[in-house]
Ligand binder design. Structure first.
Ligand SMILES: Cc1cc2nc3c(=O)[nH]c(=O)nc-3n(C[C@H](O)[C@H](O)[C@H](O)COP(=O)(O)OP(=O)(O)OC[C@H]3O[C@@H](n4cnc5c(N)ncnc54)[C@H](O)[C@@H]3O)c2cc1C
Length: 468
């Protein structure tokens, strides 16, 4: 155990994960707790919160990557910030163990703990997936994916080998949920816009494939709306493969199987593979002494207190968002629990903060979390979308406007909303920005060359070298 950094000696509310829920818990608590002689401490491996519903718009180039995140030090000035990963929670001792980037560990004592560590991308042991694929849960992934698309298109335009060019211009998304469909739609838009600027390429050179293991996409909307989305994607030249699963991605060779009869469903090479096939509760849940249900989520009660596993609650332990199984008192949630989304996470966070103040300081009543879903809206690129806000089925321009309107309001902090909104206005005036930022994975090359060192090779060059 390393020396503990200088931390506040005050009674602490420790927030494990400063994402969408954690940020709102802190925002609603920090001044109130400080006024009562305590401190709110947020532990997170990253110094910013990412508004994940905007990641597909970052891929599409409508939103600057930095604008889709919120710097916590700027906006939570009364809180204490610790950059690190919670690797253990011993609630019996009211102590959490934090690991910093260099691997050293220290303990933080607390009076109250709030578990808001979210979810991680759910993957399966598919050969080659880890090497060939990229997820879409983090801002870094969205930026890297956008740059990869732009880089592959530019590189393909000087390729003379037909197979190599086809592989560079084949883009695959696995997972037909909301995130996957929004992502492939935004990808298609930026692929088309970029190819249109390159006279050496034709639109027919690009192959864009959606792979979905179930017989339908987007379970959040009705079946007829989902069928309409499939038709819409097809009119944009996207291949939609339902009842199909990826069995291997070794050496970027995508091998597919039919999920109904487990037969071979073809194979092809693709340099770009995006994996959006669901999420799983963050593994930190299992590194606590809290009760965890079968899907790996921390069990909480409708008051957002951690359950004691015996019908009661654990004193000083709270949780909400994707890492917790929050009962859905409206009865609409699958298995009786709230679905993991930002719509619930943000609202749960505000309820949790109010309840914590009530229990710890006697400020106000303790209330159960109840929220009837407002429905969902998805954006498929400028002017396109689908949704069912408040049960009303919409598509096209109204859905896209509803998507942007809802999410810019749900984006935390007025300053971030303003940056995103003015970015959209800029795009309206100047058009889509297809500028690639090259060499982010090897930024030292120019200096290395100048200084007589050996430049590092990038992902695609190293693959070529291996293939030779
Ligand atoms: C592409 C995409 C599109 C989406 N679209 C929508 C949408 O349209 N509508 C909607 O309602 N929802 C949408 N969601 C879901 C929504 O973003 C999440 O449900 C929401 O972010 C959950 O909030 P959270 O605070 O529980 O988790 P997160 O926002 O993921 O925050 C978790 C935080 O915990 C931190 N953390 C992780 N491990 C540790 C650890 N060991 N110690 C400390 N900190 C840790 C992480 O760094 C992160 O900051 C989308 C998600 C994605 C990926």
């Amino acid at each position: 155990m390393a020396l503990t950094p200088q931390l506040s000696p005050k009674p602490r509310v420790l927030i494990v994960g400063g994402g969408y829920a954690g940020l709102y818990v802190a925002k609603n608590l920090e001044k109130q707790v400080k006024a009562r002689g305590g401190v709110v401490t947020i532990v997170d491996p990253l110094p910013y919160m990412t508004y994940q519903p905007f990641l597909p718009e970052v891929v599409g180039g409508h939103i600057e990557p930095r604008h889709a995140v919120v710097d916590r030090r700027t906006h939570l000035k009364a809180s204490e910030h610790v950059i690190g990963k919670v690797v253990k929670v011993e609630h019996a001792r009211k102590t959490a163990t934090v690991q910093t980037e260099d691997g050293s560990e220290f303990e933080i004592p607390y009076q109250d703990i709030v578990m808001t560590a979210g979810a991680t991308t759910r993957t399966f042991p598919i050969p080659g997936l880890a090497e060939a694929g990229i997820g879409l849960k983090a801002i870094e992934e969205a930026e890297a994916l956008r740059n990869q698309i732009l880089e592959r298109i530019e590189a393909a335009s000087t390729m003379t080998d037909v197979e190599e060019k086809r592989r560079a211009l084949t883009f695959v998304v696995v997972g037909g949920g909301f995130a996957g469909i929004e992502t492939i739609a935004e990808m298609e838009d930026i692929i088309r816009a970029t190819i249109a600027k390159n006279p050496r390429l034709a639109q027919s050179d690009a192959r864009i494939v959606l792979v979905e293991a179930m017989g339908r996409i987007m379970p959040e909307v009705s079946e007829d709306q989902a069928l309409g989305v499939v038709d819409h994607l097809k009119t944009r030249g996207i291949e939609v493969l339902l009842n199909t699963s990826l069995s291997s991605a070794e050496d970027n060779l995508m091998k597919l199987i039919n999920m109904q009869d487990k037969s071979d469903a073809g194979e092809f090479y693709a340099d770009t593979l995006v994996w959006t096939a669901g999420v799983a509760a963050n593994g930190v849940a299992k590194k606590t002494d809290f009760p965890v249900e079968e899907r790996g989520r921390i069990e909480v009660t409708p008051t957002l207190q951690v359950s004691d596993g015996d019908g009661g609650v654990l004193e000083g332990a709270w949780g909400c968002g994707d890492v917790c199984a929050v009962p859905d008192l409206t009865g609409a949630g699958p298995g009786g629990f709230c679905v993991p989304n930002a719509q619930h996470a943000g609202r749960q966070a505000k309820r949790l903060a109010a309840n914590l103040l009530a229990v710890r300081f006697g400020a106000g009543p303790v209330e159960e979390y109840v929220h009837k879903s407002l429905g969902a809206v998805a954006g498929f690129g400028v002017g396109k979308g689908v949704g069912n806000p408040l049960g009303v089925k919409i598509s096209g321009l109204p859905a896209w406007l509803a998507h942007r309107g809802y999410h810019v309001m749900a984006m935390p902090m007025f300053e971030r909303k303003a940056r995103i909104f003015t970015g959209w206005l800029n795009e309206l005036v100047w058009g889509r920005d297809t500028t690639a930022v090259e060499n982010l994975d090897r930024p030292h090359n120019a200096f290395l060359e100048a200084a007589g060192g050996t430049p590092q090779v990038g992902r695609f060059e190293s693959k070529k070298a291996l293939a030779k």
